[in-house]
Design a protein around this ligand. Structure first.
Ligand code: ADP
Ligand code: ASP
Ligand code: MG
Length: 432
């Protein structure tokens, strides 16, 4: 069995859904037993979140808020020639939900997830309907009806350990020969509340199902030719890297390469399942295969470069740090208490600097740090991460990185490379 995940652009138009069905059919015909995970139609998750916010601020009614979302899907449904009414119930439920937000003038993380879940619920219905029209034995499923159980951290939910078993048990009940078309991104708590796994989370859904079902391979079908040396939208000359290690792929994803959700690799790595990244719009391309490090044969010391915009640098200084112990644990306890993850860390004798994504509210955390240290916060910063298994063993890489930046007059404000790392990260001003 293989898990095949198709992203937003892959299901973003009637034409691309036709390509998706061709890819699924080919896998089915070659005996691969496809298990399909889909994202929402591209742009729809943003539209849903915007509709929820508008419902909150809308004056006299919520009329028309679902109009754009309905049209986005109707065009695709029309293009594919499938039953025009397949989304009626979803759209009516969505409208009711928005009406509820409008009535109570309140939106919680829980309601936001409920609203956001409609994207994948609708796209899975469309893809399954068209697959059936093309003669495939497909059936749509909500991931939460197939065992995807999460905690109640709405907006960024994590699966419960029991999820793996629950998925295996639920999928076993699906009649053999069926091609499941499953919602990415969404789950449910044990109490039955809908949750989401964080933006871009359908990749994570695919690897969770892959691990739970002992898949032979997890395929991420997207709009790029695999994992490339840099984001091709920023660096048009970027080229595809044929083989990447689990470690490198995790670092790339974590340090900003949008091609994979940061949590994607872990479930695959635990079960040693290869993850293949492929292009729906160029299905005969060989893409990238992500494997255990041992099997890597890259000649290049650097695999790829990622960047992350919208980060803060928090500088924490105190003379109390000098020749003392316990200071760092006090600092990081505060990050733990406020549940704010730290990306890059550097320390000197009297200073600790860390980077944090701007999506986290750090105001209270900074106040707490100020109780015992001098704190400055720099915004408008970006991190650039050079990633590759060869960095630690190749002399001169870091020197070339700094001299290249120096020649361009770009000031490096922070840098971090750990002893056994595959990642050299630097922080610069975002406008550079
Ligand atoms: P999907 O909707 O299929 O999940 P995403 O937009 O989330 O697609 O991710 C694919 C995009 O990731 C590509 O279009 C590309 O712009 C971006 N990207 C960033 N870094 C890389 C990289 N190193 N290699 C390939 N694509 C990358
Ligand atoms: N639809 C969700 C998002 O836009 C999840 C995904 O596409 O992976 O973030
Ligand atoms: Mg994505």
């Amino acid at each position: 069995m293989i898990v095949m995940k198709f992203g937003g652009t892959s299901v973003g138009s009637a034409g691309s859904i036709r390509s998706v069905i061709d890819v699924i059919r080919q896998a089915a015909n070659s005996g691969k037993n496809p298990f399909v995970v889909v994202s929402a139609v591209s742009g729809v998750t943003d539209m849903l979140l915007a509709a929820a916010r508008s419902a909150l601020s809308k004056g006299s009614s919520v009329n028309g808020l679902v109009g754009g979302i309905e049209r986005r899907h109707a065009d695709i449904i029309l293009g594919l020639g499938i039953a025009p009414d397949i989304l009626l119930e979803d759209l009516a439920e969505l409208e009711k939900m928005l009406y509820g937000i409008w009535l109570v003038r309140e939106i919680t993380a829980r309601t936001t997830d409920y609203v956001a879940s409609f994207g994948e619920r609708m796209s899975s219905r469309i893809v399954a309907a068209y697959a059936k029209k093309c003669g495939l034995n497909a059936k749509e499923f909500n991931a939460y009806d197939l065992g995807m159980i999460t905690d109640s951290n709405f907006g960024n939910a994590e699966i419960l350990p029991s999820t793996y078993e629950a998925i295996a048990a639920a999928v076993e009940k699906i009649p053999s020969g069926t091609i499941p078309i499953v919602t990415g991104f969404v789950g449910k708590t044990k109490e039955g509340e809908i949750t989401t796994l964080g933006r871009g989370g359908s990749d994570y859904t695919a690897s969770i199902f892959g691990a739970a079902l002992g898949a032979e391979e997890i395929q991420i079908w997207t709009d790029a030719d695999g994992v490339m040396t840099a984001d091709p939208k920023l660096v048009p000359g970027a080229s595809t890297v044929p083989v990447v290690s689990f470690e490198e792929a995790s670092e790339l994803a974590y340090f900003g390469a949008k091609i994979l959700h940061p949590k994607t690799i872990l479930p695959a790595m635990n079960k040693n399942i290869p993850v293949r990244v492929l292009n729906t719009f160029n299905p005969s391309g060989s893409g990238t295969v992500i494997l255990k490090s041992g099997r890597i044969t890259n000649e290049r010391p650097i695999t790829a470069i990622a960047c992350k915009k919208n980060i803060y640098v928090i500088n924490i200084s105190s003379l109390r740090m000098l020749l003392a112990y316990g200071f760092l644990s006090r600092v990081f306890r505060i990050f733990e208490d406020f549940e704010v993850p730290v990306d890059i860390i550097t320390t000197s004798e009297v200073n600790v600097s860390v980077t944090v994504e701007k999506k986290f509210d750090i105001s209270k955390l900074v106040d707490k740090l100020k109780e015992f240290a001098a704190v400055t916060v720099l915004s408008d910063r970006a991190s650039i991460s050079v990633i590759g298994n060869g960095i630690r063993s190749t002399p001169g890489i870091v020197g070339r990185l700094f001299s290249t930046l120096g020649k361009s007059g770009i000031n490096v404000e922070m840098t971090s490379q750990s002893y056994a790392d595959v990642n050299e990260s630097i922080v610069v001003r975002e406008d550079r």
